[in-house]
Design a protein around this ligand. Sequence first.
Ligand SMILES: NC(=O)c1ccc[n+]([C@@H]2O[C@H](COP(=O)([O-])OP(=O)(O)OC[C@H]3O[C@@H](n4cnc5c(N)ncnc54)[C@H](OP(=O)(O)O)[C@@H]3O)[C@@H](O)[C@H]2O)c1
Length: 324
Amino acid sequence: MECELADDSVWPALLQARSRLRQGTSPIALVETGAGWRCAAAAEVVPGEARQVVYFDGAGNGQPERGATLCWRAGDGLEIRPGRQPLDAATLCMLRVYAPVLLGAAAARAAGRVFVVGHVTQTLDGRIACQDRAPQWIGNAADRRHAHRMRALCDAVMVGASTALGDDPQLTVREVSGPQPVRIVLSGSGSVLRAARPLRLFADHGCCVVTRVGGAVRPPAGVRCLELEAVAGGLEPAAVLRALAAGGTHSIYLEGGARTLSSFLAGNALDLLQIHIAPVVLGSGLSSFELPTISSLAMAPSFTMQHTALDGHVLLCCRPVGRP
Ligand SMILES: NC(=O)c1ccc[n+]([C@@H]2O[C@H](COP(=O)([O-])OP(=O)(O)OC[C@H]3O[C@@H](n4cnc5c(N)ncnc54)[C@H](OP(=O)(O)O)[C@@H]3O)[C@@H](O)[C@H]2O)c1
C-alpha cells in the first residue's frame, strides 16, 4: 500500500502557515506557482498567477475561482470547499491530515484554550505494548515521520510518566524541518522526578512536569514543574489544560501511554485522535485505552473518521462526536 503522506513539497508552506497563524495573521493562503508552495496573506494572492491556491479560514468564501478554501468549524471539524482549480492529490492528503491541526490550534489560541490531538500506534487487536511493557516500536518509518511533523506543528508534546520512565523518549523533531515543541510529562505523583537513571527528556532544559501540589520534590536541574490540585488522586485534564493555556500553550500532541490518553478521552479533552494501525496481532498486552466499564454501546465515545495509507499501515484521524 502506498504512503499518502510521502510528498513533503507543501511542508515548508505549512510551517510558514503555522507561524503566521500564531502571529494572528488571518486569512492566509498557500500558493503554488510552479516554483513550489509558499504561504502568503490571502490579500496578497493574485489567483491568475498561481497554479493552485488554498485559502485558510474562510477567505474566498463564495468565490470558487479563487481556489480551494479550508475551514475549521467547531463541532464539524475540517471543511474543504473545492475551488475551480483542483488540488493535486498528494497536497490534498497532507492538508486533510495537517490543516485541522493548524486551524484547530489557531481557533484554540484565539479562544484562550488548548487544542489537543491524541496519538496512539497500535496493533490490529488494539494493543500498544506487550504485557511486560518493554519499549518496542510497533509503527513504521512513515508513522515516525508523521509523528515528527505533528510535533513541529504543535506548541507542546505530552506523555504520561510511565512512558517517560519506560521508553525514555526524546520527543524532539528530527525527521523533518520545524520548530521544537515544549515537552511535557504528566505525573500526578511526581514519579518521573524520581527516575533511577537520567532521562533523555530532562537532558535539555525546558521540559515541564505537571504534578499534584507537593509532587515536585527535588526536580532535576532545568526541569520546570507545574503543581495543580489533584481530584480523587488524579489531575483533571481540564485543569491541566487551563493551566497550560495560561502559560501560552495552545496546542498539544499527546503521545500516550494508555492511561494518559484514556484520562483525556474520559475527560472529554481530546479534539482529535490519531490512531496508527500496524498489520500485526499481539493477542495479549497493553490495550490502547483503559476506560470505566460501560453496559451499553450508546455510552461509548464515538467518532467521525478518515483514513490515510501509510506504507502498508493505516492512519485513522478520528474526531469525537459531540465535541463543542
Ligand atoms: N504504541 C504507542 O503508541 C505507545 C505510546 C506511548 C506509550 N506506549 C507504551 O505504553 C506503556 C505506558 O503506558 P501506561 O498507560 O502504562 O502509562 P502512561 O499513560 O504513559 O503513564 C501513566 C502515568 O501518567 C500519569 N498520569 C496520567 N494521567 C494522569 C492524570 N489524569 N492525573 C495525574 N497523573 C496522570 C501518572 O503518573 P504518576 O504515576 O507519576 O502519578 C500515571 O501513573 C509503555 O509500555 C509504553 O511503551 C505505547
